[in-house]
Design a binder for this molecule. Sequence first.
Ligand SMILES: C[S@@+](CC[C@H](N)C(=O)[O-])C[C@H]1O[C@@H](n2cnc3c(N)ncnc32)[C@H](O)[C@@H]1O
Length: 269
Amino acid sequence: MSDIEFGQIVEYMHSGYGIELKDKRTVVAGRLDGKMSGLGYGNYSDIIREIKNNPGGKTAKIFVDILTTNYTFFMREFEHFEFWKDKVLPGLRTRLAGTRDLRVWCAAASTGEEPYTIQMILNDYFGNDDLEWDMGILATDISVQSLQTAVRGIYPTESLSGLPFGWRERYFKRLDRDSFQVVDNIRKQITFSRFNLMDKFLFKKKMHTVFIRNVMIYFDNNTKVQLLKKLYDILEPGGYMFIGMTESIDSERTGFEYVRPAVYRKPLI
Ligand SMILES: C[S@@+](CC[C@H](N)C(=O)[O-])C[C@H]1O[C@@H](n2cnc3c(N)ncnc32)[C@H](O)[C@@H]1O
Protein backbone atom coordinates (compact mmCIF):
# COMPACT_ATOMS: atom_id res chain seq x y z
CA MET A 1 0.00 0.00 0.00
CA SER A 2 1.58 3.28 -1.10
CA ASP A 3 1.44 6.49 0.95
CA ILE A 4 -1.00 7.97 -1.55
CA GLU A 5 -3.30 4.92 -1.43
CA PHE A 6 -3.23 4.89 2.36
CA GLY A 7 -4.06 8.62 2.38
CA GLN A 8 -7.01 8.05 0.04
CA ILE A 9 -8.37 5.26 2.25
CA VAL A 10 -8.00 7.43 5.38
CA GLU A 11 -9.82 10.29 3.64
CA TYR A 12 -12.58 8.00 2.36
CA MET A 13 -13.32 6.52 5.79
CA HIS A 14 -13.11 9.86 7.54
CA SER A 15 -15.23 11.91 5.18
CA GLY A 16 -17.83 9.19 4.66
CA TYR A 17 -18.05 7.51 8.06
CA GLY A 18 -16.24 9.71 10.57
CA ILE A 19 -13.73 6.94 11.29
CA GLU A 20 -10.20 8.24 11.92
CA LEU A 21 -7.54 5.82 10.67
CA LYS A 22 -4.57 8.10 10.05
CA ASP A 23 -2.51 6.49 12.82
CA LYS A 24 -3.65 2.97 12.01
CA ARG A 25 -1.66 2.11 8.91
CA THR A 26 -0.66 -1.35 10.11
CA VAL A 27 -4.23 -2.18 11.06
CA VAL A 28 -5.59 -0.93 7.72
CA ALA A 29 -3.03 -2.85 5.67
CA GLY A 30 -3.40 -5.95 7.86
CA ARG A 31 -7.16 -6.03 7.41
CA LEU A 32 -7.24 -5.24 3.70
CA ASP A 33 -4.22 -7.15 2.39
CA GLY A 34 -5.68 -10.64 2.66
CA LYS A 35 -9.13 -9.61 1.41
CA MET A 36 -8.23 -7.79 -1.83
CA SER A 37 -8.12 -10.77 -4.16
CA GLY A 38 -11.26 -12.26 -2.58
CA LEU A 39 -13.01 -9.04 -3.53
CA GLY A 40 -11.76 -9.41 -7.10
CA TYR A 41 -9.17 -6.62 -7.03
CA GLY A 42 -5.47 -7.02 -7.72
CA ASN A 43 -4.35 -3.64 -6.39
CA TYR A 44 -5.45 -0.83 -4.13
CA SER A 45 -5.87 1.79 -6.85
CA ASP A 46 -8.62 -0.23 -8.53
CA ILE A 47 -10.61 -0.82 -5.36
CA ILE A 48 -10.25 2.82 -4.29
CA ARG A 49 -11.54 3.94 -7.68
CA GLU A 50 -14.52 1.58 -7.40
CA ILE A 51 -15.57 2.64 -3.86
CA LYS A 52 -15.23 6.33 -4.74
CA ASN A 53 -17.26 5.99 -7.94
CA ASN A 54 -19.88 3.79 -6.32
CA PRO A 55 -20.01 4.58 -2.59
CA GLY A 56 -23.37 2.81 -2.11
CA GLY A 57 -22.25 -0.31 -4.00
CA LYS A 58 -21.48 -3.80 -2.77
CA THR A 59 -17.70 -3.40 -2.81
CA ALA A 60 -17.90 -0.16 -0.82
CA LYS A 61 -20.10 -1.82 1.81
CA ILE A 62 -17.71 -4.76 2.18
CA PHE A 63 -14.76 -2.35 2.29
CA VAL A 64 -16.35 -0.44 5.18
CA ASP A 65 -17.19 -3.72 6.93
CA ILE A 66 -13.54 -4.74 6.80
CA LEU A 67 -12.36 -1.45 8.30
CA THR A 68 -14.87 -1.20 11.16
CA THR A 69 -14.20 -2.72 14.57
CA ASN A 70 -17.26 -4.67 15.67
CA TYR A 71 -16.10 -6.04 19.01
CA THR A 72 -18.99 -6.40 21.46
CA PHE A 73 -20.50 -8.90 23.91
CA PHE A 74 -23.62 -9.57 25.94
CA MET A 75 -23.96 -7.43 29.10
CA ARG A 76 -20.92 -5.31 28.17
CA GLU A 77 -20.52 -2.52 30.75
CA PHE A 78 -23.43 -4.02 32.66
CA GLU A 79 -23.46 -1.14 35.21
CA HIS A 80 -25.24 0.88 32.54
CA PHE A 81 -28.02 -1.64 32.28
CA GLU A 82 -28.45 -1.82 36.05
CA PHE A 83 -28.66 1.97 36.25
CA TRP A 84 -31.10 2.14 33.34
CA LYS A 85 -33.35 -0.54 34.80
CA ASP A 86 -33.28 0.75 38.40
CA LYS A 87 -33.17 4.52 37.90
CA VAL A 88 -34.42 5.36 34.40
CA LEU A 89 -37.11 2.84 33.49
CA PRO A 90 -39.28 3.43 36.60
CA GLY A 91 -39.54 7.16 35.73
CA LEU A 92 -40.27 6.43 32.08
CA ARG A 93 -42.92 3.88 33.00
CA THR A 94 -44.76 6.48 35.02
CA ARG A 95 -44.23 9.37 32.61
CA LEU A 96 -45.24 7.39 29.54
CA ALA A 97 -48.17 5.55 31.11
CA GLY A 98 -50.56 7.52 28.86
CA THR A 99 -49.00 6.63 25.53
CA ARG A 100 -47.12 3.44 26.45
CA ASP A 101 -44.73 4.27 23.66
CA LEU A 102 -41.11 3.88 24.77
CA ARG A 103 -38.47 4.62 22.14
CA VAL A 104 -34.93 3.28 22.48
CA TRP A 105 -32.18 3.53 19.89
CA CYS A 106 -29.07 1.38 19.95
CA ALA A 107 -26.93 3.39 17.55
CA ALA A 108 -23.86 1.16 17.13
CA ALA A 109 -25.50 -2.23 17.44
CA SER A 110 -22.73 -4.28 15.80
CA THR A 111 -23.57 -8.01 15.87
CA GLY A 112 -26.62 -7.56 18.10
CA GLU A 113 -25.48 -8.50 21.61
CA GLU A 114 -26.13 -4.97 22.92
CA PRO A 115 -29.67 -4.43 21.53
CA TYR A 116 -30.67 -7.96 22.55
CA THR A 117 -29.41 -7.29 26.08
CA ILE A 118 -31.47 -4.08 26.16
CA GLN A 119 -34.59 -5.80 24.83
CA MET A 120 -34.25 -8.61 27.38
CA ILE A 121 -33.98 -6.03 30.15
CA LEU A 122 -37.15 -4.37 28.88
CA ASN A 123 -39.00 -7.66 28.79
CA ASP A 124 -37.79 -8.52 32.28
CA TYR A 125 -38.76 -5.11 33.60
CA PHE A 126 -42.20 -4.85 32.03
CA GLY A 127 -43.00 -8.52 32.61
CA ASN A 128 -46.61 -9.32 31.75
CA ASP A 129 -47.29 -5.67 30.88
CA ASP A 130 -44.97 -5.84 27.88
CA LEU A 131 -47.78 -6.64 25.44
CA GLU A 132 -49.47 -3.35 26.29
CA TRP A 133 -46.33 -1.31 25.63
CA ASP A 134 -44.85 -0.38 22.30
CA MET A 135 -41.22 -0.74 23.29
CA GLY A 136 -39.37 -2.10 20.29
CA ILE A 137 -35.78 -1.03 19.87
CA LEU A 138 -34.26 0.53 16.79
CA ALA A 139 -30.80 -1.00 16.33
CA THR A 140 -28.51 0.44 13.67
CA ASP A 141 -24.95 0.07 12.48
CA ILE A 142 -22.94 0.77 9.36
CA SER A 143 -21.61 -2.77 9.02
CA VAL A 144 -23.80 -4.98 6.82
CA GLN A 145 -22.09 -8.17 7.89
CA SER A 146 -22.55 -7.36 11.58
CA LEU A 147 -26.21 -6.57 11.04
CA GLN A 148 -26.70 -9.89 9.25
CA THR A 149 -25.32 -11.69 12.30
CA ALA A 150 -27.55 -9.55 14.52
CA VAL A 151 -30.70 -10.39 12.56
CA ARG A 152 -29.94 -14.13 12.72
CA GLY A 153 -29.44 -13.84 16.47
CA ILE A 154 -27.33 -17.01 16.62
CA TYR A 155 -24.43 -16.99 19.09
CA PRO A 156 -21.85 -19.51 20.28
CA THR A 157 -22.66 -21.15 23.59
CA GLU A 158 -19.64 -19.64 25.35
CA SER A 159 -20.77 -16.09 24.54
CA LEU A 160 -23.80 -16.59 26.79
CA SER A 161 -21.78 -17.31 29.91
CA GLY A 162 -22.10 -13.80 31.40
CA LEU A 163 -25.89 -13.60 31.15
CA PRO A 164 -28.00 -13.05 34.26
CA PHE A 165 -29.51 -16.10 35.91
CA GLY A 166 -32.43 -17.56 33.96
CA TRP A 167 -31.94 -15.56 30.76
CA ARG A 168 -30.54 -18.42 28.73
CA GLU A 169 -33.65 -20.52 29.43
CA ARG A 170 -36.07 -17.63 28.93
CA TYR A 171 -34.63 -15.78 25.97
CA PHE A 172 -32.65 -18.34 23.94
CA LYS A 173 -33.32 -21.64 22.26
CA ARG A 174 -30.61 -24.22 21.79
CA LEU A 175 -29.81 -24.97 18.14
CA ASP A 176 -27.05 -27.51 18.70
CA ARG A 177 -24.21 -28.23 21.12
CA ASP A 178 -22.30 -25.11 20.10
CA SER A 179 -24.94 -22.46 19.54
CA PHE A 180 -28.10 -20.78 20.76
CA GLN A 181 -30.56 -18.48 19.00
CA VAL A 182 -32.42 -15.55 20.55
CA VAL A 183 -36.12 -16.45 20.78
CA ASP A 184 -38.47 -15.05 18.14
CA ASN A 185 -40.38 -12.93 20.64
CA ILE A 186 -37.26 -10.90 21.40
CA ARG A 187 -35.94 -10.85 17.82
CA LYS A 188 -39.17 -9.52 16.37
CA GLN A 189 -39.20 -6.57 18.75
CA ILE A 190 -35.97 -5.15 17.35
CA THR A 191 -35.73 -3.31 14.04
CA PHE A 192 -32.23 -3.72 12.61
CA SER A 193 -31.23 -1.25 9.95
CA ARG A 194 -28.08 0.04 8.24
CA PHE A 195 -27.53 3.64 9.23
CA ASN A 196 -24.49 5.90 9.01
CA LEU A 197 -24.15 8.15 12.07
CA MET A 198 -22.73 10.84 9.78
CA ASP A 199 -26.10 11.15 8.01
CA LYS A 200 -28.97 13.42 9.00
CA PHE A 201 -31.22 11.99 11.69
CA LEU A 202 -34.57 11.99 9.96
CA PHE A 203 -36.49 9.90 12.49
CA LYS A 204 -40.17 10.68 12.88
CA LYS A 205 -40.16 10.58 16.69
CA LYS A 206 -37.64 11.49 19.36
CA MET A 207 -35.95 8.91 21.56
CA HIS A 208 -36.26 8.35 25.30
CA THR A 209 -32.87 6.64 25.48
CA VAL A 210 -29.96 6.34 23.09
CA PHE A 211 -27.19 3.80 23.62
CA ILE A 212 -24.21 4.94 21.55
CA ARG A 213 -21.42 3.05 23.22
CA ASN A 214 -17.87 2.45 22.09
CA VAL A 215 -18.18 4.02 18.67
CA MET A 216 -17.23 7.67 19.23
CA ILE A 217 -13.73 6.48 20.16
CA TYR A 218 -13.20 5.99 16.42
CA PHE A 219 -14.18 9.58 15.58
CA ASP A 220 -12.14 12.78 15.85
CA ASN A 221 -13.27 15.60 18.11
CA ASN A 222 -14.94 17.67 15.44
CA THR A 223 -16.95 14.71 14.18
CA LYS A 224 -17.94 13.90 17.76
CA VAL A 225 -19.19 17.44 18.40
CA GLN A 226 -21.32 17.39 15.23
CA LEU A 227 -22.72 13.99 16.14
CA LEU A 228 -23.49 15.03 19.72
CA LYS A 229 -25.55 17.97 18.43
CA LYS A 230 -27.69 15.58 16.42
CA LEU A 231 -28.00 13.20 19.37
CA TYR A 232 -29.12 16.05 21.59
CA ASP A 233 -31.80 17.02 19.07
CA ILE A 234 -33.06 13.47 18.62
CA LEU A 235 -33.59 12.94 22.36
CA GLU A 236 -36.80 13.82 24.16
CA PRO A 237 -36.29 16.37 26.96
CA GLY A 238 -35.15 14.32 29.97
CA GLY A 239 -33.90 11.58 27.63
CA TYR A 240 -30.75 9.62 28.46
CA MET A 241 -27.63 8.95 26.43
CA PHE A 242 -25.22 6.14 27.31
CA ILE A 243 -21.71 6.19 25.85
CA GLY A 244 -18.79 3.79 26.37
CA MET A 245 -17.16 3.70 29.80
CA THR A 246 -13.82 4.84 28.38
CA GLU A 247 -15.43 7.72 26.47
CA SER A 248 -16.31 11.19 27.67
CA ILE A 249 -17.97 14.27 26.27
CA ASP A 250 -17.76 17.96 26.95
CA SER A 251 -21.16 18.61 28.61
CA GLU A 252 -20.74 22.38 28.49
CA ARG A 253 -20.29 22.45 24.73
CA THR A 254 -23.08 20.01 24.01
CA GLY A 255 -25.85 20.95 26.46
CA PHE A 256 -26.04 17.49 28.00
CA GLU A 257 -26.20 17.13 31.79
CA TYR A 258 -23.65 14.80 33.32
CA VAL A 259 -25.42 12.06 35.30
CA ARG A 260 -22.66 9.59 36.13
CA PRO A 261 -19.66 8.17 34.27
CA ALA A 262 -20.64 7.65 30.62
CA VAL A 263 -24.29 8.59 31.25
CA TYR A 264 -25.72 11.94 30.12
CA ARG A 265 -29.16 13.47 30.01
CA LYS A 266 -30.87 16.13 27.94
CA PRO A 267 -32.31 18.68 30.41
CA LEU A 268 -36.04 18.38 31.07
CA ILE A 269 -37.10 21.95 30.30
C1 LIG B 1 -16.78 -1.51 18.88
S1 LIG B 1 -18.38 -1.64 18.18
C2 LIG B 1 -19.39 -1.23 19.58
C3 LIG B 1 -20.58 -2.14 19.70
C4 LIG B 1 -21.48 -1.91 20.92
N1 LIG B 1 -22.06 -0.59 20.91
C5 LIG B 1 -20.72 -2.13 22.21
O1 LIG B 1 -20.48 -1.16 22.94
O2 LIG B 1 -20.37 -3.28 22.51
C6 LIG B 1 -18.48 -0.14 17.17
C7 LIG B 1 -19.55 -0.24 16.09
O3 LIG B 1 -19.75 1.06 15.54
C8 LIG B 1 -20.04 0.90 14.16
N2 LIG B 1 -19.77 2.17 13.44
C9 LIG B 1 -18.57 2.77 13.20
N3 LIG B 1 -18.73 3.90 12.50
C10 LIG B 1 -20.07 4.03 12.28
C11 LIG B 1 -20.86 5.00 11.61
N4 LIG B 1 -20.32 6.06 10.99
N5 LIG B 1 -22.20 4.82 11.58
C12 LIG B 1 -22.76 3.75 12.19
N6 LIG B 1 -22.07 2.79 12.84
C13 LIG B 1 -20.73 2.93 12.89
C14 LIG B 1 -19.12 -0.23 13.73
O4 LIG B 1 -19.56 -0.84 12.55
C15 LIG B 1 -19.17 -1.15 14.95
O5 LIG B 1 -20.10 -2.18 14.79
